[in-house]
Write a protein that binds this ligand. Structure first.
Ligand code: FAD
Ligand code: SF4
Length: 571
């Protein structure tokens, strides 16, 4: 039987793969979506409504099992007894690093990728971000401006549903928002006092989040149950499964193939085109050759680059589409893991309502109108103020909160009463692109499917360290200005290993010059016209905002461009 050839293959069904599949099928293409992992059954796999008594270790996890199978993933704040099955098994999915440079690679391998466990914070970039490289002579200039990507942010936000508050800030553009979630009383005080003390130069706003505050496109508004990283049966937050995949499936033009581990891309030297993918069937281990006219690589930042490096051939000996030699270089993440927390006395007569799955955001306020800090770029804060112990019991301790005080009868009594109010701010800092941060193939180590793994070398350098040193102190200063007591800073003197921010970016950057970039401004490989890479690999700098909304906007734009080109016969 002849094997069917598709119009497009999309590799990876996470946040970006879901978007590529939706846009390409809606524009009339016959799409094969290849996903390395298994299918997800929300009825079996989601656990957001499970109680500690529903799981064997009451939410405190089987430590030995986790150390043996998930030694990296268990370091992620969102990986718990309830949902560890949504994270990769580290023994089956290894990577290597230099002994003195650890890297934390937090991943999922299933239909939907990390869209199921992600934190859902979404912030647009502005030209402060897109023009910074060019202005400061760092890395290479972005080939895209805010005006060019703005309609695609609109397009994505309108479809997925973002709740947020308009603030009119030029450096953090407002989007197409559903009504915002309410600030807690502590956060309202923080917003007012920070605005007063810094005369409007620092702004506290409710987090902009891909969670519905109103019913939207057949999906229900959030009911504030809390642990979204464990799934959402009411489809209230954006994930591939909740949103883009059903849209793609509704066209009747999508073929989803789980258990399809792409080892490398198929390349035809005569036409200088990719013609499909070599796929290891995850269950049978049989190798398949699946074909299409165009390929969208959406396997996530480092996995897409791994596929290209593993696709080297005589024409591209250092990795497919790598005539520039920059494939694998300029890996970035966000500086993460430091900040401050404090108690907020005087609010005891107030309580939170439900478990709001969102916090606050303080957009970057450094170096906005010139160079006023001792480092380049800047950082924003995420955090929030809530009352501990409300709806307490053992649920909250097993989700990471401290145990209530006491023992026996006094413990029971303590669990009935709500605790005190507190406030926390954690920084997310921009990381500059640096050639020393890179990935290569380690031919001596293979994964469970026999595919050579990545060797990741990443560290923080001078600018990152100068910025990191200040974040804790600034967080503490703001909490004190807001009236918090017993303010404590957190975070080691040295930043946590790269990867901990879970915002890995770069390694196949875009630019106008094919000699210094892998992709052009349409996410299309300079070397191979029918190859597009739209996960975070394309990022030319990192800004300090959570990046996934930007990946989605570029993916939608690239997909529409590819279809246009195909229709004109130019692809
Ligand atoms: C706990 C957590 C919190 C986060 N919070 C936020 C946040 O608040 N805001 C934000 O912007 N970002 C956040 N992120 C990051 C966000 O999840 C990623 O940026 C985003 O998922 C990247 O999308 P992607 O499509 O590139 O990759 P993914 O969503 O990771 O999907 C990649 C898919 O490709 C598949 N794949 C990989 N290799 C292959 C292969 N060889 N063959 C076939 N398929 C393959 C994988 O199985 C996976 O399904 C968070 C991540 C985590 C884990
Ligand atoms: S989005 Fe809302 S309803 Fe869905 S899991 Fe999160 S808190 Fe619960």
């Amino acid at each position: 039987m002849a094997i069917k050839s598709y119009d497009a293959i999309v590799i990876g069904s996470g946040i970006t793969g879901g978007w590529a599949a939706k846009e390409l099928t809606e524009e009339g293409l016959d799409v094969l979506l290849l996903e390395a992992g298994r299918n997800i059954d929300p009825n079996q796999d989601y656990s957001e409504h499970k109680m500690p008594y529903d799981v064997p270790y009451r939410g405190l996890t089987n430590v030995r099992f986790m150390e043996e199978n998930y030694p990296i993933q268990r370091q992620c704040y969102a990986c718990r007894e309830y949902n560890h099955h949504l994270f990769v098994n580290d023994r089956e999915n290894p990577y290597t690093t230099p002994a003195d440079k650890p890297y934390l690679f937090f991943r999922g391998r299933h239909v939907g990728g990390r869209s199921i466990m992600w934190g859902r914070q979404v912030y647009r970039w502005s030209d402060l971000d897109f023009l910074a490289n060019e202005k400061e002579g760092i890395g290479i200039p972005w080939p895209v401006t805010y005006k060019q990507i703005e309609p695609w942010y609109d397009h994505v936000e309108t479809f997925i549903g973002i709740s947020g508050m308009k603030e009119g800030l030029p450096h953090l553009p407002d989007g197409q928002f559903l009504k915002p979630m309410a600030l807690s009383c502590g956060e309202r005080i923080l917003r007012r006092r920070i605005a007063e003390k810094w005369r409007g130069q620092r702004v506290v706003t409710i987090g902009r989040t891909a969670i519905l505050t109103e019913d939207h496109k057949g999906r229900a508004a959030c009911h504030y149950c809390g642990p979204c990283e464990q799934g959402c049966i009411t489809r209230s937050y954006f994930s591939t499964l909740n949103s883009t995949l059903p849209a793609a499936q509704a066209t009747g033009r999508l073929t989803l193939r789980p258990h399809s581990v792409v080892r490398a891309l198929m390349y035809d030297k005569d036409s200088n085109r990719v013609v499909g993918a070599y796929v290891v069937d995850g269950v049978t281990r049989q190798e398949l050759e699946l074909k299409a006219k165009i390929v969208f690589l959406c396997a996530s930042t480092l996995e897409s680059t791994r596929i290209l490096l593993n696709s080297a051939n005589p024409r591209y000996p250092n990795g497919l589409a790598n005539s520039s030699g920059v494939l694998g270089y300029y890996l970035m993440d966000h500086l993460y893991g430091s900040g401050a927390s404090g108690e907020y006395p005087g609010l005891e007569e107030y309580s939170d309502l439900g478990r709001r799955p969102n916090g606050i955001y303080i957009p970057r306020f450094q170096n906005l109108r010139g160079q006023d800090a001792k480092y380049l770029r800047g950082y924003g804060f995420q955090g929030g103020s809530h009352r501990a112990g409300h709806l307490g019991g053992f649920q909250l301790p097993s989700l990471g909160s401290p145990l209530p005080p006491g023992f026996g009868a006094s413990l029971k009594e303590a669990m009935k009463a709500p605790g005190g109010w507190s406030m926390m701010l954690a920084g997310f800092g921009e990381c500059l692109p640096d050639k020393r941060n890179k990935v290569e193939i380690n031919k001596n180590v293979t994964d469970k499917w026999g595919i050579p793994v990545l060797h990741i070398t990443a560290d923080w350098y001078e600018n990152d360290q100068a910025m990191y040193g200040e974040i804790r102190e600034v967080a503490a200063e703001m909490l004190e200005a807001a009236g918090c007591k017993s303010v404590r800073t957190f975070g080691e003197a040295k930043p946590a290993p790269p990867g901990k921010g879970i915002h890995e970016m770069g390694t196949a950057r875009m630019g106008n010059d094919p000699k210094t970039s892998v992709l052009n401004k349409w996410n299309q490989a300079h070397d191979i016209r029918n190859l597009f890479i739209t996960d975070g690999s394309f990022m030319t700098s990192s800004a300090c905002q959570n990046p996934s909304i930007t990946y989605m906007a570029f993916t939608a734009r690239a997909a529409n461009y590819a279809v246009e080109q195909m229709k004109r016969g130019e692809l």
